[in-house]
Design a protein around this ligand. Structure first.
Ligand SMILES: C[S@@+](CC[C@H](N)C(=O)[O-])C[C@H]1O[C@@H](n2cnc3c(N)ncnc32)[C@H](O)[C@@H]1O
Length: 221
């Protein structure tokens, strides 16, 4: 396992992703919340993976690893996992042991120079809404990812949007609760904010809205 200096405060926010909870993540988040709350079914996000994963893939914040376990990789892919929390890395490594993934413990919001041009796809799925939008942290995350990509490589993912998204009464309440708990930091997130972050690093990008979730792709030149 490759380990970079970790950020204790950020790690505390993401303590939710402990092994016990990860076992229920597929049922609670992927089966129930995605369809009923955020109105973007997991099948849509899996299709997004299938369209974009490639032979040299890095997954940032893999959570329970559901998409990596179910998506269609090209034959014999090289898969890397990056998370500031070692629990999801261990959990997902076991789940997709057939790919023998490389594990990297790191905070994606801290600048680092390693892995320049190493990947042909990088996913940031349901991670942006967990990242505080302060002190340029998200800008650093997007710049890191841009540097990780080889020319022509694809950055893709999705994120739950904040107050201005078309929330139902219930999803708005739950989103507010998650923001109060420090699990989400997406109150001010919108399609425009996502486009701002993408356009700082990529000329070629696309964002689409499904329910309260923005799905994106961007290509490195
Ligand atoms: C909501 S889960 C997303 C799981 C998965 N990608 C999915 O779509 O189901 C967020 C993941 O991002 C990780 N994470 C949160 N902040 C991070 C950071 N600053 N750097 C790296 N990983 C982070 C968490 O530990 C967790 O594994």
């Amino acid at each position: 396992m490759t380990k970079f200096p970790d950020n204790e405060a950020a790690l505390e926010d993401q303590a939710y992703y402990r092994p016990g909870r990860l076992r229920f993540y597929d049922i609670v988040v992927l089966r129930l919340s995605n369809s009923l709350l955020w109105r973007c079914p997991t099948s849509e996000l899996l299709r997004h993976y299938n369209r974009n994963v490639s032979a040299k893939h890095l997954d940032v914040g893999p959570g329970s690893g559901y998409y990596l376990d179910h998506c269609r990789f090209p034959e014999t892919p090289s898969v890397s996992l990056l998370d500031l929390n070692p629990s999801p890395l261990e959990f997902v490594s076991r789940r997709i042991s057939r790919y023998m993934p490389q594990k990297i413990v790191a905070d994606i919001c801290e600048p680092f120079a390693e892995f320049k041009g190493s990947f042909t796809s990088v996913a940031l799925n349901y991670v942006m809404h967990c990242l505080p939008d302060e002190d340029g942290r998200r800008e650093v995350a997007f710049a890191n990812i841009r540097r990780f990509l080889a020319p022509g490589g694809v950055f893709f993912g999705s994120t739950i949007l904040g107050d201005r998204a078309p929330h139902s009464v219930i999803s708005r309440r739950i989103n507010e609760k998650y923001n109060t708990m420090g699990a989400f930091y997406n109150k001010n997130d919108s399609v425009e904010r996502l486009k701002e972050l993408l356009s700082a690093e990529f000329e070629d990008y696309e964002v689409k809205l499904r329910g309260t979730v923005a799905l994106f792709t961007a290509t490195a030149t």
